[in-house]
Design a protein around this ligand. Structure first.
Ligand code: ADP
Ligand code: ASP
Ligand code: MG
Length: 413
């Protein structure tokens, strides 16, 4: 007998017929002799419409506590509906909100972090032979306020529950049948990976592959929870996210990702002297704005340019801070540009293959795509380009690195 956590995303619970389909799958797992805890998202489109309502009533920046109180209700509908559907099939099930299973988080509304879970409470329910149906995405802080974990947060709820219960596997059921070499909804030649390492998945998630929320992968890696990403509409095996030694598919580049939700801010002609970057990035950090890529040009005649990227939702606030800092350090101008995209290639094999970056730049050049910024780590290379070239860049890089010869780079001159 295994203990299995099954997470179903929005499309998988999009209407009552689909919830009944999920109920049948959960029941089949139970009938195979396993204990099952289920974590669910809100029904497809529900969180988006709650977010729109929050802005309609609360303006651009609705009160974070009330925002969480509202957007967490999507998951509450699904848990009750799924518990009913399982009961209707003749099996015991009970719904639980985050608060009801002691999903404690910090108080950072809209992007709270999980601190602990009352595993004993869930074990008790499962031990009694009941299916626990748990609301994803939501928790509760020390003061009893409802919190949410950021968009896509149900993945993290599921992996955290799996870690707390010491489950054998966390199955993530979604609308694609696994993790692909790139977004299968963008590139039809994308290929499903049978295995991927935590490190590669972490990079892919942080670089835009929204199939798993990044924090879910961090949790899984930290606690050694095997994740199995698969389709809720078929019985086929999907993709296992596992330790590096179990993951090798022998690819240099295992994935191509894109992110169209960042903006670029550029300060022109700032003084090339100590303290300028600190004056700018200090207040951005204090405002809770996560800065991604940063480039400072080589100074000329005592002045230089600083360019960085932030989430588009923070463009207005980041621009205001940059304008203020710019005025203090004598910047010649501050510009924001939202029509940019970050395209990245990811692969463990890059660690010991030279020439991957230069090949990437050649592929983009041959498509006439200009690179605005570059950033690298041991296992990824990211470039910032004009947004309108996103698809072209992703397809060209996928063709060059993945479709042709398992991502092996040609020998470099
Ligand atoms: P859910 O609602 O089940 O959580 P999401 O929409 O959050 O599902 O994530 C699944 C989507 O992730 C897919 O429909 C796909 O378009 C997208 N995606 C982006 N990159 C990848 C990738 N490399 N592999 C699989 N899916 C990807
Ligand atoms: N319902 C939330 C969202 O749409 C959480 C999730 O689905 O993972 O972001
Ligand atoms: Mg998701």
């Amino acid at each position: 007998m295994s203990l299995i956590v099954q997470k179903f995303g929005g499309t998988s619970v999009g209407d009552v017929a689909r919830i009944e389909n999920v109920a049948r799958r959960v029941v089949a797992t139970r009938q195979a002799g396993h204990r099952v805890a289920v974590v669910v998202s809100a029904m497809a489109g529900e969180t988006d419409s709650l977010v729109r309502l929050a802005h309609a009533a609360g303006g651009d920046e609705p009160d974070p506590r009330e925002y969480d109180a509202l957007v967490s209700t999507g998951e509450q509908k699904t848990i009750a509906l799924l518990a009913m559907a399982i009961q209707r099939l003749g099996h015991p099930a009970r719904s639980f909100t985050g608060a009801q299973i002691g999903m404690r988080t910090d108080a950072a509304h809209m992007r709270a972090r999980i601190q602990s879970i009352d595993a004993a409470r869930i074990h008790e329910v499962l031990g009694a032979g009941t299916v626990a149906v748990i609301a994803g995405f939501q928790g509760v802080d020390d003061e009893g306020n409802v919190t949410t974990l950021g968009r896509g947060g149900s993945d993290t709820s599921a992996v955290a529950v799996a870690a707390a219960l010491n489950a054998d596997v966390c199955e993530i059921y979604t609308d694609v049948d696994g993790v692909y070499t790139t977004d299968p909804n963008l590139v039809s030649a994308a290929r499903r990976l049978s295995r991927i390492s935590y490190d590669e998945m972490l990079e892919m998630a942080s670089l835009g592959a929204k199939v798993l929320q990044i924090r879910s992968v961090k949790f899984a890696m930290q606690y050694g929870v095997p994740i199995h990403v698969r389709s809720s509409f078929s019985e086929d095996e999907g993709t296992w996210v596992v330790r590096e030694e179990d993951a090798m598919e022998g690819l240099v580049v295992s994935g191509v990702t894109y992110n169209r939700s960042e903006a670029k801010i550029r300060l022109r002609g700032v003084k090339d002297q100590p303290g300028v970057a600190a004056r700018l990035f200090g207040p951005l950090g204090e405002a809770g704005i996560v800065v991604d890529m940063i480039v400072q040009n080589v100074g000329q005649d005592g002045s230089t340019d600083i360019t960085f990227t932030v989430p588009r939702g923070d463009t207005r606030r980041a621009l205001a801070i940059a304008e203020q800092a710019g005025a203090e350090v004598g910047a010649a101008g501050v510009l924001a540009d939202e029509s940019i995209a970050k395209v990245s290639i990811v692969g463990l094999g890059m660690k010991d293959h030279a020439g991957v970056a230069s090949r990437m730049f050649r592929v983009l050049a041959s498509e006439g795509i200009n690179i605005q910024l570059i950033s690298t780590s041991e296992i990824k290379i990211s470039v910032l380009i004009e947004e309108k070239y996103t698809e072209l860049a992703v397809r060209a890089l996928h063709a060059a690195f993945v479709e042709s010869g398992a991502g092996q780079p040609r020998a470099e001159a």
